[in-house]
Design a protein around this ligand. Structure first.
Ligand code: ADP
Length: 332
């Protein structure tokens, strides 16, 4: 169970005992060559989880195993070695690419950092070709001369330069136009086949995750609500929060109105820093009271003929049906 809790600073010198539970008891495993998708709304802890896996955040408690070895207590030297095997691709490559560095140098930087400088220029050009950049034309250009999609290609070339085993993709296409998104996703998939890379793929876009991921985990308020392989995730999502997310996908399905409820989130989007308070079922449903944690988020659901409120919290799947029967259809 991985926990990453940040202390909350109240003013410059006033520290409080409060913590933002950015990642709260999360447990997951990824097999070699597989893509695991992590979805969830903004602020649910996806990036913190990613940053912790690559060692940029230290877990408050819990462990991270890479090829069976605990990496949480690695020293700086071991961490340096590990960073060769685990790379990251970020949402906005522009902020992660040095604006004053030529593309060739950006891609060469990790190779230089690990003294892999034999035939450096040839290797960089190979990498550029692999990600669909033009080695002759683009080698000496600066990042601002490129479109968003091309910049992401530069970021990807840099990430694969050291032939990593795992790449954490943190919303890699969220900032791109839809048509360019498809190209970058295709590229990531091709590279996965070619280089046998494992991906942890973070996104808020469920249709994208459906396309790319073998397994999908849904995060909410720092917790992993549900984890399943992507087929059963879409067909038999167990958790009400997952269903709410799925129902929010604008599917071109004529029966959609009939089958799925319209979901309305109440008020400000809850996050670990801004947890919702109270639970409406405390007064309505005796069963819910047993399951609801403090600060259970609420979601209002409007169906065609009914209007009810559900709440979301981690729950054992076998008790979910029982719970759904007694709570899911509570009339307003
Ligand atoms: P996501 O990537 O899903 O949008 P994040 O992992 O960035 O979510 O953030 C999860 C929560 O942790 C947010 O409420 C955010 O404000 C908080 N958080 C993230 N990093 C820090 C930090 N370094 N210090 C304090 N709070 C943080």
């Amino acid at each position: 169970d991985l926990n990453v809790h940040f202390p909350v600073n109240r003013g410059l010198f006033k520290k409080s005992d409060d913590y933002v539970k950015a990642v709260n008891g999360v447990s997951l495993s990824v097999n070699k060559g597989e893509t695991i998708g992590i979805v969830g709304e903004s602020g649910c802890g996806k990036s913190t989880l990613a940053r912790t896996i690559v060692g940029l955040e230290k877990p408050t408690s819990g462990d991270i195993l890479f090829e069976g070895e605990s990496i949480t207590s690695y020293n700086a030297k071991q961490m340096h070695q590990l960073r060769r095997d685990i790379q990251m691709v970020f949402q906005d490559p522009f902020t992660s690419l040095n604006p004053r560095m030529k593309v060739g140098d950006i891609i060469a930087a990790p190779l230089r950092a690990y003294n892999k400088t034999n035939h450096l220029e040839r290797r960089v050009k190979e990498l550029m070709e692999l990600v669909g950049l033009n080695p002759d034309d683009h080698y000496n250009r600066l990042p601002h001369e490129f479109s968003g999609g091309q910049r992401q290609r530069i970021g990807i070339a840099r990430a694969i330069a050291l032939e990593p085993k795992l790449i954490i993709c943190d919303e890699p296409v969220s900032a791109l136009d839809v048509s360019v998104q498809a190209q970058v996703i295709n590229l990531l998939e091709d590279l996965q086949k070619e280089l046998n890379i494992t991906y942890v793929f973070i996104a808020h876009d469920l249709s994208l995750i459906k396309h790319i991921a073998d397994k999908v985990g849904v995060m909410y308020l720092g917790e992993m609500m549900e984890m399943s392989d992507s087929d059963s995730f879409y067909r038999n999502a167990r958790h009400p929060y997952t269903n709410a997310l799925l129902s929010a996908i604008p599917l071109p399905d004529p029966d959609r109105e009939k089958n799925r409820e319209q979901i309305v989130l109440n008020g400000e989007l809850p996050s670990p820093a801004n947890p919702p308070s109270g639970c409406v079922f405390h007064t309505r449903c005796p069963l819910a009271r047993d399951y609801c944690k403090e600060n259970t988020p609420l979601m209002e659901t409007k169906g065609s003929n009914d209007h009810y409120v559900s709440c979301f919290f981690p729950i054992e799947s076998d008790t979910l049906d029982e719970f759904g029967k007694s709570v899911g259809k509570q009339p307003d």
